[in-house]
Design a protein around this ligand. Structure first.
Ligand code: MG
Length: 282
């Protein structure tokens, strides 16, 4: 198996990724797929979708869940609307994640990812226990589908996420490490966080960004890969040190500007190929 196959985050009818045709035109071999809406998650749609992927030469390495009603407008809005944390939508969203897991299984995909939402920092908060419980239920459903669950990073510091993973106590629960999110959310320096979370990292996003003036209060700014504060060479060198050679999935979350999105992902692919050549030479 190729080490560090390059991928992109792709969407069919939902999410911030590129269209499948664009992924194919960019010449990548893997995608992470934002789960389509319910109408497109039928077994017949899955089979048709698999045919299309085969034609385009693309392999899905993870399916990411997302929900109607989520908003990333600002950090407080994320806390109120994103993932399985908000109580009002939790039961319905857990059900939807289980359906997404079943759809992913039909596609032959063994990893399901999501933004869980802001986990309370106070472990005595009853909400903390509720989030542990809903995460266990999702993990158990995915376990029955022979799948791992990958939590997107950024909302929590590495230490808080480690504590949460330990408290959930499910051995199919892992991390999708997004170094830019650590910066954008103000959750800590990405490279030390990656080192701490290393044993749990089963997939990564290659995304870049700059720190906000008031990290954690307001968003940082996402940038083209290599132009932000992550330090992509250090990021890949750390992945190598940790023994991670799985897919490098590029995210560039500007779907409102598809031409620019495609061009900047093209540049990101060139950057990653240069770094791969340098870092995998020996
Ligand atoms: Mg990400």
């Amino acid at each position: 198996m190729e080490r560090w196959p390059i991928g992109v985050f792709a969407s069919i009818d939902a999410g911030l990724g590129v269209r499948l045709e664009v992924a194919a035109e960019l010449g990548v071999t893997t995608i992470q797929l934002h789960a389509p809406h319910k109408a497109h998650r039928t077994p017949a749609e899955a089979d048709r979708f698999l045919e299309r992927l085969a034609q385009l030469g693309l392999q899905i390495t993870a399916v990411f869940g997302g929900f109607d009603g989520e908003s990333y407008a600002d950090i407080p809005t994320v806390a109120k609307t994103v993932g399985l944390v908000p109580p009002a939508t939790r039961a319905a969203r857990l059900q939807e994640m289980k359906e997404i897991s079943d759809f992913a299984r039909r596609l032959g995909v063994s990893a399901v990812g999501l933004h869980l939402g802001f986990v309370p920092h106070d472990t005595a908060d009853p909400l903390y226990g509720e989030v542990i419980e809903v995460t266990r239920r999702l993990c158990d459903h995915c376990q029955a589908n022979s799948q791992t669950v990958h939590l997107e990073t950024g909302q929590e510091t590495a230490d808080a996420l480690l504590r949460f993973l330990g408290d959930v106590k499910r051995d199919n629960l892992f991390v999708n490490f997004d170094p830019a999110n650590m910066i954008l959310y103000g959750a800590g320096e990405p490279i030390p966080a990656l080192e701490k979370l290393g044993p749990y990292v089963r997939s990564v996003h290659c995304k870049d960004g700059r720190w906000a003036a008031n990290p954690g209060q307001e968003w940082g700014v996402e940038t083209p890969l290599g132009e932000g504060d992550v330090g992509m060479e250090r990021f890949l060198a750390t992945l190598k040190k940790l023994g991670y050679f799985g897919p490098l999935t590029i995210e560039r979350e500007i779907p409102q500007e598809p031409e620019r999105q495609k061009a900047e992902i093209g540049s990101a692919i060139s950057l990653l190929n240069r770094l791969k050549e340098k870092l995998l030479a020996n």
